[in-house]
Design a protein around this ligand. Sequence first.
Ligand SMILES: CC(C)[C@H](C(=O)O)[C@@H](O)C(=O)O
Ligand code: SF4
Length: 466
Amino acid sequence: MGKTLFDKIWDAHVVHSTGDGADILYIDRHYIHEVTSPQAFDGLRSRGIGVFRPLKTVATADHNVPTINQHLPIKEEQSRKQIAQLVQNCKEFGLDLYGLGHQYQGIVHIIGPELGVTQPGGTYVCGDSHTATHGAFGSIAFGIGTSEVEMVLASQSLPQVKPRQMRITVNGQLKKGVTAKDLILYTIGKLTAKGGTGYFVEYAGEAFRSLSMEGRMTVCNMSIEMGARGGLIAPDETTIAYVKGRAFAPKGDDWDKTVAYWRTLYSDTDATFDAEFTFDAADIEPMLTYGTNPGMGIGISESIPSEKDFTDESDKATLKKALAYMQLSEGELLLGKPVSYVFIGSCTNGRIEDFRMAAEIVKGRKVASGVTAWFVPGSKQVEKQCEAEGLTQIFAEAGIALRQPGCSACLAMNEDKIPEGELCISTSNRNFEGRQGPGARTILAGPYAAAAAAVTGVITDPRTFL
Ligand SMILES: CC(C)[C@H](C(=O)O)[C@@H](O)C(=O)O
Ligand code: SF4
């Protein structure tokens, strides 16, 4: 029987099978950030051991950093301590840190790929649920807990039970104005926020294949939002071209040999999956969420569902609770709703392509009155590229000052919090109650829809601007 892409990568990384169903996997790269690493380092310290392969760990500061005046001391005490702790731990254990002020600093899931650290066929872990992002390269990447972070620091390996495998195929091309974010929000809407639980997902079909690497990362990033362990897309010429020449990419003869291996990484035609879903790209329009989990999404021209649209009592109750929190009503349209905050950024949509899309819409227009727009590049390199391509200038002319890299308003763990009760259209990945600040209300969307709301002040179909 043929092997799936996932099987091929998994099998190549098994160091030892324990016999009780778990395999010990070798981990190619370990990404760490300030939130989930402190206790892991404490653990190493208390056991009197060091990091087994320090060169295989990449550290950055992202969750707690402010996004303005990064050269000044951090105002929030908790955040300041978290960052100081990371700096101290990396120094003590001899790890490379792309901390505040470093030219490579940024959100962990943005910097790994842009530095060429994330490559096809590898295994990547991080104490962070959105590690699935790196699966866009055709690798096995998943989030781990803090005790596992300690295990990987100590041994560069991790016991894992092989998950079930799912394939999601989306045939055809996305329509104009429909982005990778809309594609994944649509998919999660179909499967629900729990539909991928226990699975690793391979995304296949023309709609995914036609995406840039940035778009593929947006898709894989949100695998966790349908409950899946991770998601991956087979590497192809798009992947190879993206990795080529990056700081940590293989060079010379090594490059040719490595690429020859990457070309073997696909699911064999006779490989089987535990579950399969197929959708049609032509059915997808720009998406918005109306509720408090990422599965509660609708096409921008659709109205919010009603209780009668659900048969399951718990789904009806979830809808009611979500709409009460969101201050929205059954059956109403989101189009035309006033928003007071617009957030473009995060590891889902904080890459150069996202700011190019935002600039397409913002160019020659002004931010609407009453709207606070936070445009936050995912990394220093994205920030630099926005400047080089003139995007920063386009935003400035619209009255939007590009901020500095970090997780920002994706989660309320730093200074960028959406005030209570305010409605924010956000390109991030989670719309949970209080996610962007206590009482903040979040509508998840793609960069086009977010930018359109920034210049109109209301939820607007971005296709009218394209
Ligand atoms: C802080 C971190 C552990 C968390 C995660 O695991 O994803 C965060 O990045 C998030 O997006 O909620
Ligand atoms: S940008 Fe958001 S989702 Fe991504 S790592 Fe940061 S907090 Fe988590």
